[in-house]
Design a protein around this ligand. Structure first.
Ligand code: GDP
Length: 695
């Protein structure tokens, strides 16, 4: 059993996961040969399957790093492309197709690429081997091939045939060895022939004596010797069907035996000639095992150095602070929960009340505008105000049914506007906005998808309660729809508050006026156009229809601004007046509610808000505080388990800082593991050597 090769291949796979550094290179067998020397046939015979790209025009453009894994458990042979995430491909024609496509992905202008295709083949019938198939040397570049193709192939091969790799130099028996490009290349880097195995293909095409002479070659002696093979597909005997490819090696072996056994003098046991694919396979295993074992100390030293460097970096950069995707998520979640807890402590009934009251203040202003102040822009050109208009409000006769109706309509407009829905929406929006703000300040800000998962968890919990909450609120507000029942102290509070609301509104009007001023080019200009609009309103100027080009020397756009400004000015006047009225002695008393609808509506709005908040607090806020953290955990768990169970790692790596930290920790852990494994191998190797010495 080729124990060391197997373990070293495992180690190499581990090392590629940390980005194998150039200082740790494990030996492989690199296969070189000129085109049509029979290179593919030899490789396929060793593997026992047809799987390499074929076709008259097919030039291998990328190295194929082929790892053979002896897997006694495998019920069927299969291949894997680790870089493509393609696992357990049992159909070797699909492997061939994939290799062909990967090969063709190199643009012709680039000729060849040194980016290897990695392929692993598992089978109980293959030995543990690490082989690299390189593009075949070409003699003369074909008509359609770029001139530098020949040079580029040769350069690519040179990269791979360096030590400690073993060179498998393929030459065909029917061409002169002196012309073998493979042997020429090998001699350049391995002049003493210490790590080159010569393979002579097409032994059936030359006289046995000549064949035997090549195998015993003295002109180009190789320490590891030559092996003669006949790896051409044996002629098919039965039908047109493709041969069971798992029998490929068996039939080649049979074919070879038939040939070599029929020439015992040249190839028999006493001839000293090494022949047959099976012999070649054994040789490869043996040589690779020896090479691996001879590189053990060197590799161990290299890994030790890597580990020392990594450990040092870990100390310097991270003060040896451990890091894993799990611990990062746990810490991020803990931190977020902590922030959430702080928020929950500061955001309660009072805050909800303020928010809801703010929204209702707007609704109060809407009612006031609609019932008392309203002068829509379109009306500005219509005749003066009707009787009973706002100007008459201060003189309102409490006995007049008109003012009763006005206040009743405004009040029911407020109580029936759907406060339940409004309250639930205001609360949901506020909570959601706060959660989003917390998220923006948390480490989840660097992980948009996970951030969205949490934000959506909040939305889900909130939406879940929205309907029941708004329904409950509506029911609890029912009595106010018929009788708001305002008390004197509530009146007093309403009076204080509404003045502030009106002042705020006034300020907004004034700001809007200011920005209109600057948009038309100054106060003077705006005054002019407002004067014109006023005159038109009073009927002093007749404007017929809508003049697209404007009127009175003003453009249509300017006139529109003018109308807006007039509306704002009038609104500001009215609000000013109402501020004075609300502050007046008359409005001190609840008795005079018909004079002071602003105060009355404000007091009603406060009552509505207070009652709604009792419900909101229990039904929505407390429920949210209870359920949200659990929902976050559930949803995050689902998210982390997605992506084929890779979600957690993917999540943590989204943050470049964490990714670097993780990389270093994982590199260190892997190197530690590799070092342990390789030290085990040392012990195994030493024990084997001691035993061998004793024997
Ligand atoms: P590559 O271009 O070096 O990969 O060569 P291939 O493996 O594709 O072989 C080139 C041609 O030589 C094919 O037609 C093979 O069938 C043929 N061939 C390969 N090995 C042998 C052999 O041992 N004997 C004979 N007679 N033909 C062979």
């Amino acid at each position: 059993m080729m124990y060391i090769t197997k373990r070293m291949i495992e180690i190499r796979n581990l090392l590629t996961r940390v980005g194998q550094s150039s200082s740790v290179t494990l030996p492989s067998i690199v296969v070189i040969g000129s085109q049509s020397s029979g290179k593919s046939s030899v490789l396929e015979a060793i593997v026992g399957h047809e799987f390499l790209p074929k076709g008259s025009n097919m030039i291998t453009r990328r190295p194929i790093e082929l790892t053979l894994v002896n897997d006694p458990q495998a019920k069927v042979d299969y291949g894997e492309f680790p870089d493509l995430g393609l696992a357990r491909v049992t159909d070797f024609s699909l492997i061939q197709k994939t290799l062909t496509e990967l090969n063709q992905s190199v643009p012709e202008s680039q000729c060849v690429s040194d980016d290897p295709i990695r392929l692993t083949i598992h089978s109980p019938r293959v030995p543990d081997l690490s082989l690299i198939d390189l593009p075949g040397y070409i003699q003369v570049a074909g008509e359609n091939q770029p001139r530098e193709l020949k040079r580029k192939i040769s350069e690519l091969c040179d990269k791979y045939i360096r030590g400690p790799n073993i060179i498998l130099a393929i030459s065909a028996a029917d061409t002169d060895l002196a012309n073998s490009t493979a042997l020429q290349a090998s001699r350049r880097v391995d002049p003493r022939g210490e790590r080159t195995i010569g393979v002579i293909t097409k032994m059936d095409l030359v006289d046995p004596e000549k064949g035997a002479a090549i195998l015993g070659d003295k002109q180009y002696p190789l320490r590891l010797g030559y092996v003669g093979v006949i790896s051409k597909m044996p002629v098919q005997t039965g039908g047109l069907f493709r041969r069971e490819s798992s029998n490929l090696l068996a039939s080649i072996n049979k074919n070879e035996k038939a040939f070599f056994n029929s020439h015992p003098e040249e190839f028999g046991p006493n001839s000293g000639a090494a022949t047959g694919t099976i012999t070649l396979r054994k040789k490869l295993m043996h040589v690779l095992e020896q090479q691996m074992s001879s590189k053990l100390t060197e590799t161990t030293d290299a890994i030790t150095r890597e580990l020392e460097e990594t450990t040092y970096q870990f100390k310097v950069q991270y003060n040896e602070q451990p890091m894993s995707a799990e611990s990062y998520l746990a810490a991020s979640l803990d931190d977020f929960k902590h922030q959430f807890h702080n928020f929950a402590n500061t955001f309660g009934r009072q805050q909800l009340l303020e928010l809801l009251k703010d929204s209702l203040d707007q609704k109060v202003l809407d009612q006031l505008a609609a019932r008392y102040w309203n002068k829509p822009i379109e009306d500005l050109f219509i005749a003066p105000a009707e009787p009973d208009s706002l100007v008459d409000l201060p003189k309102a006769d409490p006995k007049s049914p008109y003012w009763h109706r006005q206040l009743d309509t405004a009040c029911s407009g407020l109580t029936r506007l759907g406060v339940g829905r409004l309250a639930a929406t205001v609360a949901s929006n506020a909570i959601q906005a706060n959660i989003d703000k917390l998220l923006d300040k948390s480490s989840f800000a660097k992980h948009p998808s996970a951030r969205q998962v949490i934000s959506e968890a909040a939305a889900l919990v909130l939406a879940d309660r929205a309907y029941a909450t708004s329904d409950g609120i509506e029911i609890s507000l029912k009595p106010y729809k018929f009788d708001p029942d305002i008390q004197p102290n509530e009146w007093e509070k309403g009076r204080e508050h509404v003045v502030g609301v009106l002042q705020g509104e006034l300020e907004q009007c004034q700001n809007a006026l200011k920005s209109l001023e600057s948009s038309v080019g100054g106060r003077k200009k705006l005054r002019e156009v407002m004067g014109f609009v006023d005159k038109a309103r009073k009927g002093e100027i007749i404007i017929e229809g809508d003049h697209p080009s404007g009127a009175g020397g003003f453009s249509a756009a300017l006139l529109a601004r003018g109308r807006e400004a007039v509306f704002l000015r009038d609104r500001a006047d009215i609000i000013n007046m109402r501020i004075v009225a609300s502050k007046s002695r008359k409005c001190k008393s609840l008795e005079n509610k018909y004079y002071c609808p602003e105060i009355f509506l404000d007091a009603v709005a406060t009552k509505l808000a207070q009652t709604a908040v009792l419900f909101l607090n229990v039904e929505m806020l407390n429920d949210f505080y209870h359920r949200f953290p659990r929902e976050v955990e559930t949803k995050l768990n689902e998210y982390m388990n997605s992506h084929g169970g890779n979600g957690l790692e993917k999540f943590a790596r989204e943050d470049p800082k964490i990714r670097r930290h993780l990389d270093l920790v994982q590199r260190k852990e892997l190197l530690e593991m590799v070092l342990m494994k390789i030290q085990d191998l040392h012990r195994f190797d030493a024990a084997g050597n001691v035993k061998a010495d004793r024997d």
